[in-house]
Structures are given as C-alpha cells and as structure tokens.
Design a protein around this ligand. Structure first.
Ligand code: KIV
Ligand code: ZN
Length: 403
C-alpha cells in the first residue's frame, strides 16, 4: 500500500473494536460471514480480531486470513499489544492472508503511563521502536498506534511516531481512545503530526476514534482535511462504550460532499472520482447483517441506515418529495442499497401522499370519495402511530361502501 493513496483507505474494525462492546460477541462462523460481506462492501483492510485475546479470536483471524484474505481481497489485520508474545501470535494468525498486517500499540498519555503501564516516556519510546521492528520481521505491513494520542503530549507523540516509522511502521494511527477531542482539536493534532514528524512522508496517517461525545465522525472529517488517509471505523458505529466512528456515515459524508473534500485530496473540486473504494450499494445489507448477528439494534433515527433515514412522515415533506426528491433528500436511498425512500402515512401526512399511496394500491377515487376518505384517514391516524396498507384499504372500502 503506497503512502500516497489515491483514495481514502477504509479500515474496518467491526470484528475487533466493534465486537468489544458489551453483548456483541460473535462466534467464528458469524465473524466469517461478516468478513465476507465486508469484502463485498469493498473495505481495504479488515481488522479481524485480537489474535492473542483468546483461542477463538486466534481461530477467527486465521480463518478470515485464509478465506477472505485472497490476492484481490482486503488486507487482513490482527491487533497486538507491544509485546513479543502478542505480536508473534498475530503474525501466525494472519499468515495465510495474501496481504497481512500487524497492528501494534502502546499508550502514550501521561494518565496511561502513570496508572496503567507504570512506565517512563523513554521506556515507552524504546518499546515502541523495538516492537515495531519485531512486527516488521514477520510482515512488511505494520501499523503502529500511540494509544490515547488524543490526550497525549503532542511532542511525545511526534517522537514515538518518528521512532516507529524509522523502525518500519508503514501506517501510523492516531487514536482518540476516549472520544475526548473536538473536531478542530483533532484536525490540529493531525496537522501537528504532518508538520513535526520528520519522516512522516514514509507512512500513511490513520485515525481511530470513539464516540463518547458523539464527535467521532466529525473529528475524522476534520482529520481528512488535515492529511489523514486511513479511517478506522465500524459498521453501525458499534464498539467500546459509545462506539467507534460509523463507516456508513463517513463513507456517505465523503461521497455526498465529495466536491467539498476533493481539494483536500489535491483533486479538482468537480472531480467525480470516488473518494473511497466502498460499493455504497452494499451498505444497508452490511448494516442489517451486523445488527442481526451482534444483536445490536440500530436506532431508527441513525444516520444513513436507521429505519427513518429515508422516511418522510409530514405532509409538507411528503408533498415536496413527491414533486422532487431533492427538496428533502440529500442522497438517493438506492445509493445505499435500498429500493426507494419511504413515505410513511401518519397523522402529519398530507393529501398528496395519501392519494399517491392509494393509487399505488390500485384505488382510483373521485375527488369527493378522496376527500371523505382523507377525513376518515386523519381520524384513524390520530389514534395510530403509523397507517398500514391494510388500514388504508379498510378506510377506502368503508367510504366506498357507504357512498
Ligand atoms: O481506541 C483505541 O485506542 C484502540 C487502539 C487499540 C487503536 O482501539
Ligand atoms: Zn478503539
């Protein structure tokens, strides 16, 4: 993988960080099914697990490496702490992949050094360098993360990254481990790294972020503007605590607003070249698969993949959309693999949506019949959250029978 990628690299960590959320545990077959679907979706890298964590994780990473990590398939990656045994296990697990990556990490924030690692900065520097070099003895593709970079002393992060790159890291990932930063701060962290790490041109800058303040996607977009070229994300945004940056939101933001982002990638504003390799029409299917297998429900108002993301209930919006979708839609439902948007009939719906749905159901009513049926519809809608096609048929049949 070149350090000047033409497109933004999508690194999916649904099977590693995503699975780290309470209740989302997956068995090996389920992980394999998700990995196959991630390959169809077109992700560039699959972080298939943390091989050292358990025999099950090791087996899952190994199987995914063997079955999904083909020549044309994605890079298969295993996470590993900056320890010999972790790294060796990760290396064994990814061995069967045509392109395998080891992602090793060590924390750099004062809080983590003092309370968790109980190590000095110079000890961490030495470990990072030694462990990246060790990982490099197994594969050319080594990623290094200074964990909790978002709360670390920037000067120390620069030093660690410089040493990690010198030791062979080809991707340096900047994690906002506790979702603490704001978009402008996170963008400035990436800019600081670009400006102050002398050998940064030899590596791809990646970002990883959690959603504790609901800012992960916004932070990433700011990071892209400042030079990040790999985004670590999960399907439906699942992950530790409030989750990770959501893949579908990032990809669609980059797609829908590509004219805004093009110049940051050195392209002409009006370039129509895709910003990622993702086949967006696979997004909805992937979201459903992950939700069904993990049991993690998707909230109805979730951007892109929520049940209401392409639904219109109010009369004003329905009327607008029926005249021209552009009035209230910034992207087509078909782009993410749905058949169409959804006009939901409820108490806020208007006559135009009501007439359109009746026509679709095969009812051709006169203006008087329609008016009477519409009055009845509003009465029923006041009592029910949503009006189904059966309700509509009952309303119309009643009106026509009474006429
Ligand atoms: O959130 C985090 O810092 C991580 C690292 C292991 C990259 O998941
Ligand atoms: Zn994480």
């Amino acid at each position: 993988m070149t350090n000047k990628p033409e497109r933004i690299i999508i690194f999916d960590t649904t099977l590693r960080d995503g699975e780290q959320c309470p209740g989302a545990t997956l068995n090996i077959d389920e992980k394999l099914a998700i990995a196959k679907q991630l390959a169809r979706l077109g992700v560039d890298v699959i972080e298939a697990g943390f091989a050292f964590a358990s025999p099950g994780d090791f087996e899952a990473v190994s199987k995914i490496a063997e079955i999904v990590g083909t020549e044309e398939g994605p890079v298969i990656c295993s996470l590993a702490r900056a320890r010999h045994d972790d790294i060796k296990t990760a290396a064994t697990a990814i061995k069967a992949a045509a392109r395998g990556r080891i992602h090793t990490f060590i924390a750099t924030s004062d809080i983590h050094l003092k309370y968790k690692l109980k190590k000095t900065k110079s000890e961490v520097l030495a470990i990072a360098e030694e462990m990246v070099a060790y990982a490099k003895s197994f594969t050319d593709d080594v990623e290094f993360s200074p964990e909790d970079a978002g709360r670390s002393d920037p000067e120390f992060v620069y030093q660690v990254l410089e040493r990690a790159i010198a030791a062979g890291a080809t991707t340096v990932n900047i994690p906002d481990t506790v979702g603490y930063t704001t978009p402008s701060e996170f963008g400035a962290i990436i800019k600081g790294i670009k400006d102050n790490v002398p050998n940064i041109d030899r590596a791809i800058i990646s970002v990883h972020g959690h959603n504790d303040l609901g800012l992960a996607v916004a932070n990433f977009l700011e990071a892209v503007k400042n030079g990040a070229r790999q985004l670590e994300c999960t399907i439906n945004g699942i992950g530790e605590r409030a989750g990770n940056a959501a893949l579908e939101e990032l990809v669609m933001a980059l797609h829908v607003r590509r004219q805004y982002f093009n110049p940051f990638l050195g392209r002409p504003t009006d370039s129509e070249q895709a910003l990622t390799n993702i086949d967006t029409r696979q997004i909805y299917k992937t979201s459903r698969l992950v939700s069904n297998l993990t049991g993690m429900l998707v909230q109805p108002n979730k951007a892109i993949v929520g049940a209401n993301a392409f639904a219109h209930e109010s009369g004003i919006h329905q009327d607008g959309v029926l005249k021209n979708k552009l009035t209230y839609e910034i992207m087509d439902a078909q782009l993410i693999g749905l058949t169409d948007n959804q006009i939901v009939l409820g108490k806020h719906s208007g006559r135009n949506a009501f007439r359109t749905r009746l026509k679709e159901l095969g009812f051709e009513l006169s203006e008087t019949e329609l008016n009477k049926a519409f009055v009845k519809f509003k009465e029923v809608a006041d009592k029910k959250k949503e009006i189904s096609d059966w309700d509509l048929e009952a309303i119309v049949n009643d009106e026509i029978q009474q006429a």
